[in-house]
Design a binder for this molecule. Sequence first.
Ligand SMILES: Nc1ncnc2c1ncn2[C@@H]1O[C@H](COP(=O)(O)OP(=O)(O)OP(=O)(O)O)[C@@H](O)[C@H]1O
Length: 583
Amino acid sequence: MRDLLPYIKPHKRLLAGAIIFLFFNNFTAMFIPTLTARLINVGVANQDMTYIYQTCGLMLTVAVLGGLSSIVSAILASKASAGVARDLREAVFTKAQTYSLTDFKTVGTASMITRCTNDINIIQRSGMMFLRILLPAPIMTIVGLTLAFRTNVQMACFFIAVIVFFGIMAYLIGKKAIPLFQMIQRKMDRLTYVLREGITGVRVIRAFNREAFERNRFVEACDDYRDVAIKTGRVFAILLPFLFLILDLSVASVIWFGGIQVTNGSMEIGSIFALIEYLTIILFCCVMAVMGFMEIPRALSSIGRINEILNLTPEINDDTDALPQSELRGTLEFKNVSFMYANAEEPVLSHISFTSKPGQTTAIIGGTGSGKSTIANLIPYFYQFQEGEILLNGIDIRKYPQKALRERIGFIPQKAFLFRGTIESNIRFGKEDATMEEIIASAKVAQAHDFIEGLEDGYESYVAQAGSNLSGGQKQRVAIARALVKKPEVYVFDDSFSALDFKTDSMLRKALKSQIKESSLIIVAQRISTIMDADQILVLDDGKLVGVGRHEELMESCKVYQQIAATQLSEKELKRKEDHNHE
Ligand SMILES: Nc1ncnc2c1ncn2[C@@H]1O[C@H](COP(=O)(O)OP(=O)(O)OP(=O)(O)O)[C@@H](O)[C@H]1O
């Protein structure tokens, strides 16, 4: 709870206002029974019409003021709790941006979304409940009891007994309900990730006719959620009528015993009305407090889940804010790097060493799962590696502030991801202050300019969520232009050419060559034809470097490379290359 204070503090004025108006409202509510008693005991008993009119007028004024203060308090409370929720969402999102890819895996993307939406909603609602119900309940009870003691001591003692009974019942029911609330949140997490997979994977589901299977999986998750929700609902279904039954029985007891006392002449009739109202207000507050208490475990669990995100120490932290200085530019070196994914049993990369100099193209090739993308992902320091060093311009990448490091790297992921907006805004993502000329120049190198110009609105053309209105190759080219506009020191193409046809692939590489004179180019590729002209080719097999050299050298010396070449290149191409070598 203490962790939430920094998010509550900026809204303290609204909160203070909400509390002040709320207390005013509650006190007016408590004043009305006192006026009722006076009206009956004095006005009605003495048939004093002036007194009756005056008291009725006063009651009306108090009721109107009470109503108005209740409205103002509710508005201020909802503003404050919505503000806290907004700030929490911003904090969660900002924190998530500092996570490494392993950290994301630890929390889980679906759980992250539920926490940012559902859990913060729960905190917001609970905050309102705390302000409107839980906070005033003990004060109203104390004030009500004090007034009841002043009216009739015996009755006030009876009230205390009823409140204690209430408390015991609430404790017993709460014990049963709390685990259910915690379970309901876990079920919501599951529901979210099944839903997410079912929607994002809709094309694959349809292509494999797995709609029924996926529907069953989703229905199962819904059923699970429903079952726990029903159990929780059952607790409330019993709880509420039960609490109101206690309230009604208590009121009946006050009328019964109060009636006897009035008959004895030890109490005035108006006091019975006042006592009934005190009791009703106190017990109503207790009912609401019990309901509020039921929310507390749910809110605490949500607060815990949010704190888990906010307090998670990212796997990768900036070592220093000072930017390391170097004479070099665009030199990348792997020195004996080994890497193992979290919870994996074996390293996926073992003792990888290579150097890539400015103007040089370094290609990485190997079988599926050999660790090519993992190397690409280590360059921008997306993962913490366990052994060895990765040096950019002679300085360990762990010494760079992450922002400074990534500013120097143009990363094009295997699967191009575009944001909703325009083609221009997606390219500008690489460099916020890029001029239109720079954007067009990058698009030209990325072989994207012609297709963009062919669109109705050119660079202003609309890009749907995740770029779903563009083809794979178009998306990939826009993603490449986005990296090019940055003019980074190291380009990392993680199998980014596979969505392009051979002609575009070759034209793009040719255009790139002219662009990257001062930068290193790292290309992860599946096709040998993409990397045949690279200055050095790294051949990976099961996370180990089994060959380094140019195409011709590897064709002579590296078995794995020869096998890849044999499966991809036609005999004519192989022969032509061989002849070319002998010349
Ligand atoms: N986030 C991850 N967590 C755990 N293991 C992973 C993760 N990503 C990849 N791996 C594992 O690491 C190994 C290397 O994966 P990587 O993606 O680097 O291979 P790759 O050579 O790029 O394969 P491909 O050509 O199929 O893309 C694989 O065995 C894969 O299962």
